[in-house]
Design a protein around this ligand. Structure first.
Ligand SMILES: [Zn+2]
Length: 438
């Protein structure tokens, strides 16, 4: 399929620039799964399109990368609200998750993907269970994702590792390379040294990244210090995991040495400001980490600790929290924020040709409607984009050159059925958990 998006305002992407670049009266040409051209309309090459999309009044920009979530947890929306992470996990979430089935995970995955597409997310990074079901949901919906089977190991049995390896062998680079697989040890506190060393070995064998929760709460940080005399980042370094690409979720409780270590090792920080606030985990020192040269990306975390998959809320929160925390309004720029939501995530997922609208790059893009009252007047477009835009402004979401969402219509999902199945599966899941608790 060859698609011409014309008369559009273009934001080709942000990497290290101080400001977000915009090109008025532009055109984006999509040939199959890739961008053929993105630039001024006047400079566009001759191109025969199967479909022409008029982008007047819209901003074309790279799709968002939700870099830390547990998609099927959509079924647990609002479960255990207003508890601390420890109680939330042990009293509200784990007792229900024990009763998950393949059908429930598939229903929750479809629901999460439907929500993410609506808000302009074109790829996501996930760790959970029953991952074959989630991979099938990604395959069928046209989404892009990095998926890992969450490895928990309290007894040194390493029993969770086999399904993670099986997932790599079955799904890595599947669905036209829209699906990639990670190794996903849950956290320092929920694994043993034995399983982490096996994971390091597997990372060497399969060349896949390691996705892990790091220093999410004060309890995580203190626990690691008490158990081993090391902070979680120091422990990962000691075991040799940081010699591989590591995607570290949260990083709220970090010493200056931890930050320096992660910057030096090229560890990607997955920042989840809304989840950290809801669970009262704290505020990650993102401004410090950016200054130290860490790669910062943004995630929603699971719905149960957020309560939605609308990454635009994180886009606004990331700079706001750092301003409030440091009393310095210049401490995180709009360009750094948009890079965290797009190009930095794409790179961390292992794609060299994703996250910007450039010739040869994969065609993952969104159109943002700029005509809302909350976007008017446009005195400063980059400020409007970060501080005024809403997820509901997303008018079109394209992944791998295919339009998956446009003005309320999905091309691969039937919303009525997705919602019906999600309600039914959530109901019976909670029912099973309640019966077992009796
Ligand atoms: Zn998480």
């Amino acid at each position: 399929m060859r698609i011409r998006i014309t008369n559009v305002l273009l934001m080709p992407g942000v990497t290290n620039e101080a400001h977000i670049p915009f090109i008025p009266d532009a055109e984006v040409l999509v040939d199959g799964s890739r961008i053929a051209y993105a630039g001024p309309k006047a400079g566009a090459p001759a191109f025969e399109a199967d479909e022409v999309i008029d982008g007047y009044g819209m901003l074309a920009m790279p799709g968002l990368c939700n870099m830390h979530t547990h998609t099927p947890m959509t079924l647990l929306r609002s479960i255990g609200s207003d508890l601390t992470l420890d109680r939330w996990l042990n009293e509200a979430i784990f007792p229900v998750e024990k009763h998950l089935t393949d059908e429930a995970v598939r229903a929750g995955s479809d629901l999460g993907i439907m929500e993410m597409l609506r808000f302009g997310t074109t790829s996501f990074n996930d760790m959970y269970m029953h991952m074959d079901m989630e991979a099938e949901a990604v395959r069928d919906s046209g989404m892009r994702a990095l998926l890992g089977h969450g490895v928990v190991d309290f007894d040194e049995s390493c029993a969770d590792l086999a399904p993670n390896i099986a997932l790599i062998e079955k799904w890595n680079h599947a669905a036209d390379d829209r699906i990639r697989i990670s190794l996903a040890p849950h956290s320092e506190g929920a694994t043993t040294e034995k399983v982490l060393l096996k994971i390091r070995e597997a990372a060497e064998t399969y060349h896949v990244p390691i996705h892990i929760h790091v220093s999410e709460t004060r309890l995580d940080y203190d626990g690691s210090l008490n158990r081993r005399g090391l902070t979680p980042p120091q422990y990962l370094e000691k075991l040799g995991l940081t010699a591989h690409p590591v995607l570290a979720a949260h990083c709220v409780w970090m010493t200056d040495e931890d930050i320096e270590l992660f910057a030096r090792r090229g560890v990607t920080v997955l920042h989840n400001p809304m989840s950290n606030l809801k669970l009262a985990s704290g505020i990650a020192p993102i401004a410090k980490m950016l200054k130290a040269g860490c790669r910062i990306t943004l995630g929603t975390d699971g719905v149960a600790s957020n309560n939605n998959l609308n990454l635009w809320e994180e886009i606004k929160l990331m700079p706001m929290l750092q301003k409030g925390n440091t009393l310095d309004p210049t401490v995180v720029s709009p360009a750094q924020t948009i890079a965290a939501a797009t190009s930095a995530g794409a790179k961390a997922m292992g794609y060299e040709d994703l996250g910007q609208l450039k010739p040869g790059y994969l065609a993952d893009l969104i159109l943002l409607d700029l005509s809302g009252a909350h976007m008017c007047p446009c005195n400063d477009l980059e400020s409007n984009l970060v501080y005024s835009a809403q997820g509901s402004d997303v008018a079109l979401t394209m992944v791998n050159g295919k339009v998956l969402y446009r003005n309320g219509v999905y091309t691969t999902l039937v919303p009525r059925l997705v919602l019906e199945r999600a309600r039914k599966q959530a109901g019976s899941l909670l029912e099973r958990a309640a019966q077992a608790a009796k």
